[in-house]
Design a protein around this ligand. Structure first.
Ligand SMILES: NC(=O)c1ccc[n+]([C@@H]2O[C@H](COP(=O)([O-])OP(=O)(O)OC[C@H]3O[C@@H](n4cnc5c(N)ncnc54)[C@H](OP(=O)(O)O)[C@@H]3O)[C@@H](O)[C@H]2O)c1
Length: 262
């Protein structure tokens, strides 16, 4: 039976809730009656949510998502709040870097994989028992169009988002026959703090993109994908065009991409 996720009365965990897409998503779902456990490292930024969301709708768990204790605290907060029923997990936190692979330290790839891929898989693993007790539950992963099409100078980021995409595809098949659905949302360039917090990157390096969305718009697209329990959504016309061009004309697409990166 096709059933929708209903924000009203639901409980959610959102990682990367201190800025950008995660912050706006928390504002949106709490305005529709959802209770949110908001996770990120910057406690001062998270506290802003207490002013921007309806009273009592947000609980904060400041911490690094790559540490097991942060995930334990988030799950404990859900248990205290809703008796161990989790209706939504949003694996949104992410980091990136710009610059050629050959110039980067091995640490750059490991750090990006830890946050963008391993943390998402571990949070899903640990939240599964609570999610399986949820009401039409959803685990939503924020990927990227760069998880569909590899571009130069962002090899580590592309690798992390491709890994997330492949893992999500496999998990979707494994979850058939359970109440839980996995949703992958793939934004293209978003006007958030993302490019201010690039790791191990030359500040002179720039990101080339066609059009960009504000984080509020990405949050709305995510919300609609989650409510409909969609398997996959690629945001923006430019994002869709890149994904399809890469599938249909991979040679031409890669030639154009390598020219624009010079
Ligand atoms: N911006 C883009 O152009 C773009 C395009 C496609 C996809 N995306 C994806 O969209 C998602 C949201 O990014 P955004 O654009 O909203 O960027 P953002 O404003 O930089 O938000 C990233 C969030 O992740 C959190 N975070 C990073 N590392 C963390 C860690 N180790 N532990 C806990 N939290 C951590 C940050 O919080 P703290 O620093 O407070 O920890 C912040 O709340 C990411 O997965 C990103 O890859 C972004």
């Amino acid at each position: 039976m096709w059933t929708r996720w209903n924000p009203d009365g639901s409980t959610a965990i959102v990682t990367g809730a201190s800025s950008g897409v995660g912050y706006q998503f928390c504002r949106l779902v709490t305005s529709k009656g959802c209770r949110v456990v908001a996770v990120a490292r910057r406690a001062d930024k998270l506290e802003q949510l207490l002013h921007d969301c309806p009273k009592g709708s947000v609980r904060l768990v400041p911490g690094d998502i790559t540490l097991g204790q942060t995930c334990d605290s988030a799950i404990q907060t859900v248990q205290d709040w809703s008796g161990d029923q989790l209706d939504l997990l949003v694996n949104n936190a992410g980091i990136g870097a710009i610059g050629p692979f050959i110039d980067a330290s091995p640490d750059r790839l490991r750090r990006i994989m830890e946050v963008n891929f391993f943390a998402a898989t571990e949070w899903t693993r640990r939240c599964l028992p609570s999610l399986l007790r949820g009401q039409n539950p959803v685990v939503c992963h924020v990927g990227s169009v760069l998880g569909h099409c590899g571009v130069p100078n962002k090899s580590e980021y592309c690798a992390s988002k491709f890994a997330l995409h492949g893992w999500h595809d496999a998990i979707c098949a494994e979850l058939r026959g359970t109440v839980l659905r996995s949703t992958l949302v793939s934004p293209s360039t978003t006007r958030s703090e993302f490019f201010d917090s690039l790791i191990d990157s030359d500040p002179a390096q720039r990101s080339v993109s066609v059009g960009s969305w504000p984080p509020e718009k990405v949050a709305r697209a995510m919300f609609h994908a989650i409510v409909r329990r969609r398997r996959e959504v690629v945001c923006s016309v430019g994002g869709k065009a890149l994904v399809w061009a890469d599938r249909i004309f991979p040679g031409i697409t890669h030639r154009i991409l390598s020219r624009t990166s010079k």
